[in-house]
Design a protein around this ligand. Structure first.
Ligand SMILES: C[S@@+](CC[C@H](N)C(=O)[O-])C[C@H]1O[C@@H](n2cnc3c(N)ncnc32)[C@H](O)[C@@H]1O
Length: 214
């Protein structure tokens, strides 16, 4: 029989079970960084890619008036996101979408801040984490397969002057993303914060397009 669990996550009560990734307390730092970036971000909503039970996006918008669009492929995850949004009194500002992250957004949708938490474990190492759902952790051969898809969505849907906070697993993964983005533009890795050996948070900005008068 499944056990429904509940965890305090930055003051929010988050329900989950073993069909989704157990919330990791250190990742509240990702939500807080996104909330901090929202203060200077352009107007607009927040997009959360790979939401799981939704705790990162919910915490990011809990203390402001931004709206959240939360996306996950796993139908159980989106149900938990909805339940957790309701428990937090945020359901009127939260829209949940189930499906592949690159197929659920309209072509013209733009977001002020994007939170992305893709699976980033290399496929050969997935067996080391038998308690975690494979869909939640399998990042393909080098751990970056879903992260690149997130970056493609960020490229198409992050507003000018907006920022994304992407979670990766290792400094080597960060170096690959930085080298790829910073040589091509318009997205740039502008900062990263390592959280011991648990993961790395990466801030990605899209510079404002300067429109000269006339
Ligand atoms: C690392 S977990 C993060 C979950 C949550 N943010 C957390 O911190 O617990 C990655 C999530 O990505 C989802 N996912 C994997 N591939 C996806 C895809 N192609 N499109 C949308 N979501 C996907 C999984 O279902 C899982 O919930």
């Amino acid at each position: 029989m499944r056990t429904l669990e509940q965890m305090d996550f930055g003051g929010l009560q988050i329900a989950f079970d073993d069909r989704v990734l157990r919330p990791r307390p250190w990742t509240a730092a990702q939500a807080r960084w996104a909330a901090e970036l929202l203060r200077a971000a352009p107007p607009g909503d927040v997009l959360e890619l790979c939401a799981g039970a939704g705790q990162l996006g919910l915490l990011a918008v809990a203390d402001n008036d931004r709206r959240l669009v939360a996306v996950d492929l796993n139908p159980v995850a989106v149900d938990f996101t909805r339940t957790n949004a309701e428990a937090a009194g945020l359901l009127d500002r939260v829209q949940v979408r189930q499906g592949p992250l690159d197929e659920v957004l309209g072509p013209d949708e733009q977001f002020a801040v994007v939170i992305a938490d893709p699976p980033w474990v290399c496929r050969r190492d997935v067996g080391r984490y038998p308690q975690d759902p494979v869909l939640a952790i399998d990042g393909g051969d080098d751990g970056l397969a879903v992260a690149w898809r997130c970056l493609d969505v960020i490229d198409r849907h992050l507003a000018d002057g907006g920022s994304a906070v992407l979670q990766l697993g290792t400094p080597e993964q960060v170096a690959r993303v930085r080298a790829s983005l910073n040589s091509a533009g318009p997205l740039r890795v502008v900062a990263s914060r390592r959280h011991a050996d648990r993961g790395v948070l990466v801030r990605i900005d899209r510079g404002r397009v300067s429109r000269s008068p006339g």
